[in-house]
Design a protein around this ligand. Structure first.
Ligand SMILES: Nc1ncnc2c1ncn2[C@@H]1O[C@H](COP(=O)(O)OP(=O)(O)OP(=O)(O)O)[C@@H](O)[C@H]1O
Length: 624
């Protein structure tokens, strides 16, 4: 029997193979980013060690945590060495052979072929290590955890990797890149220093490199960025730190840096990004700012420091007022955390107020990207509801193409005789713009907000007034609206139509609560409105589509007494013809608001009958 010795062979997970191929072929003109990714991993590894050392101080020893770059011109290798947490045999297999992240597939789907954009995606999806293969045709990783045997991992990035024991004795990881012939530039110390300053200057860990005289120097700033005085920092620095923090290479829209001393002490540096992360809508995804306690990294996404509706905010919070061994459990319900959180919410809202007031174009970008998320705050954060409401922007009949109408501006231009803030909810902007419900409001020059986000229906059920003005749906039978749309002819028309209304109520039976004349319509023949206390029609429709049992409320059918089709009803004596026309008016009212017909085929049959000349012809039927 032979005992197998030497390196163990493993195959890469299929996805890793694809990823490697994509990476190598799509990023050759932006090669340098590999250094940023590997330094970032090394720095994370040191953060992890520092964190582990909170429970076991012996881990830290006397060494300063640092990253070292070691170019070796003779061997043609560049080594990125750290004395961080290191990896065990199993860690190596898990981390450097598979991609356990759900983000990977999305990453690959997001690759656009535009190298600049694609290189920016890499860091965001947690696939940074593999960028080593952009410049290396072989990568060797030697690594050791304090509590495990050292291992050596090696691969040419083709489909397999090997693992074997290593003689490394000190804790940490060395990533040795066997540079391709074309990529030997990354052996030059000048080039390496320039790259570190470009990408990694604000990593709080020292990054070291030997100079021409062989002396080891720190080549970056190596100080916690947020702990530096504001006066020392330029706009550019804030942007660079943002890139390092988020791997998002689109400049942020705004940032705020504060040092607070008083009953609670903290430093916060908060950013509003200009673009949404791919998982913004995934409510399961972790989110939040980084938490440090006395400069020691504690956790990456401390969700407790900001409410969910501000989950787009990125940044860092550093406080001496929490214990170093703070866990997520301790964060929950902690009073210090609660206080910091309230203060951070104010800071973010201040930042947004300022942007809205002084930089409307940036604010428009913000709103387009994160508006629907911020709106959740109207529901979630009662205490700040009024402030959030001011920050919201909507489409309206006065601005149908751009969501740029704020409630303050709306109220400021309301005509004297208007006293509510009117809105219409619909599935699409097109449906909203063309809704028959708007006709009467347009005719009277009352602006109507057009709400088409899924969340809007929920929002208006919580935001019931703004600056003392009630928000009112135009698709609701509010008495208030009724009185406004009164016309002098109303009584006369009502007399004229009494018979039609009675007959139609009989035809439609259980399906409607009532039939009545409308003066909100000026062009369309009919529309449906919800009773004053009923669920909104759209909410009901949404619940129905989601398979939920919506409390069955019946709509009110309103008829436009000046429309020829409605006028025709008065003259149709034959009951069947009357029913046909009545059903069609009811059906089109359902369709016009994006609803579903109860019996579409019957509707189509009736429509065809009328198209083929069966329009209840008053003359003929009277004669008949
Ligand atoms: N120098 C290192 N020391 C210890 N572990 C490392 C090191 N480099 C990589 N790893 C491990 O390998 C994993 C995969 O690294 P990779 O760069 O592909 O993704 P990531 O670092 O998790 O994601 P992101 O780049 O978004 O931070 C890391 O999560 C880490 O556990």
């Amino acid at each position: 029997m032979t005992v197998e010795t030497g390196p163990q062979k493993h195959e890469f997970q299929t996805e890793v193979r694809h990823l490697l191929q994509l990476m190598i072929h799509s990023l050759y003109s932006n090669k340098e980013i590999f250094l940023r990714e590997l330094i970032s991993n090394a720095s994370d590894a040191c953060d992890k060690l520092r964190f582990a050392a909170i429970a076991d101080a012996s881990l830290l020893g006397s060494d300063e945590l640092a990253v070292q770059l070691i170019p070796d011109a003779d061997a043609g290798t560049l080594t990125i060495k750290d004395n961080g947490i290191g990896m065990s045999h199993d860690d190596v297999i898990d981390n450097l052979g598979t991609i356990a992240r759900s983000g990977t597939r999305k990453f690959m789907e997001s690759l656009s072929g535009d190298q600049k954009k694609d290189s920016q995606l890499i860091g965001q999806f947690g696939v940074g290590f593999y960028s080593a293969f952009i410049v290396a045709d072989k990568v060797t990783v030697r690594t050791k955890r304090a509590d495990a045997e050292a291992v050596s991992w090696e691969s040419d990035g083709q489909g397999e990797f090997t693992i074997e024991p290593s003689d490394k004795t000190d804790r940490g990881t060395e990533v040795v890149l066997h540079l391709r012939d074309d990529d030997k530039e990354f052996l030059e110390p000048m080039r390496l220093s320039a790259l570190v300053r470009k990408y990694s200057d604000h990593i709080s860990l020292p990054i070291k490199l030997a100079n021409d005289k062989g002396e080891i120097e720190t080549i970056n700033q190596a100080r916690a960025f947020w702990a530096r005085p504001k006066s020392e920092l330029k706009d550019e620095d804030y942007k660079q730190f943002y890139e390092q923090l988020t791997h998002d290479y689109t400049a942020p829209l705004a940032y705020a840096h504060h040092k607070v001393e008083g009953t609670i002490e903290y430093t916060s540096l908060l950013y509003i990004p200009a673009r949404a992360p791919f998982d913004l809508w995934d409510r399961e995804q972790s989110r939040g700012v980084q938490l440090y306690v006395k400069r020691v990294f504690i956790m990456d996404k401390a969700a407790e420091l900001l409410p969910p509706y501000l989950r787009f905010v990125r940044g860092v919070v550093d406080t001496p007022d929490l214990p170093l061994n703070v866990s997520r459990e301790i964060l929950q319900g902690n009073r210090t955390v609660e206080k910091i959180k309230n203060a951070l919410v104010k800071r973010v809202l201040d930042l947004l107020d300022d942007m809205a007031a002084n930089r409307p174009d940036d604010y428009a970008t913000f709103w387009q990207t994160f508006g629907p998320v911020l709106k959740e705050g109207l529901v979630e954060d009662q205490a700040n509801q009024a402030r959030i409401a001011k920050l919201c922007r909507f489409h309206s009949t006065a601005s149908p193409d751009k969501a740029d109408v704020g409630l303050e501006a709306y109220v400021a231009r309301m005509p004297a005789e208007q006293d509510g803030i009117y809105y219409l909810t619909a599935d699409t902007l097109a449906a909203a713009r063309n809704s028959p419900h708007l006709e009467g409001f347009r005719a009277r020059n009352f602006e109507v907000l057009l709400l088409t986000d899924r969340i809007d229906e929920w929002v208006v059920s919580h935001l019931t007034e703004f600056e003392g003005k009630k928000l009112e749906s135009v698709a609701r039978a509010s008495k208030d609206l009724e009185s406004k749309i009164e016309t002098p002819e109303k009584a006369r028309l009502e007399g004229e139509y009494q018979d039609v209304v009675e007959r139609l109520t009989k035809v439609l039976g259980e399906r409607v609560e009532a039939v009545r004349l409308s003066s909100r319509l000026t062009e369309s023949p009919s529309c449906l409105v919800a009773g004053e206390y009923a669920l909104s029609r759209r909410l009901e429709e949404m619940l129905k589509r989601a398979g939920e049992a919506a409390p069955a409320s019946r709509p009110i059918l309103e008829l436009n007494p000046t429309h020829p089709l409605v006028e025709k009803l008065k003259t149709v004596k034959d009951d069947d013809s009357f029913a046909d026309l009545g059903e069609l008016l009811f059906g089109q009212a359902q369709l016009a608001e994006g609803g579903q017909l109860d019996d579409p085929s019957a509707f189509v049959k009736r429509l065809n009958k009328l198209l083929l000349g069966g329009v209840p012809d008053a003359g003929r039927i009277i004669v008949g």
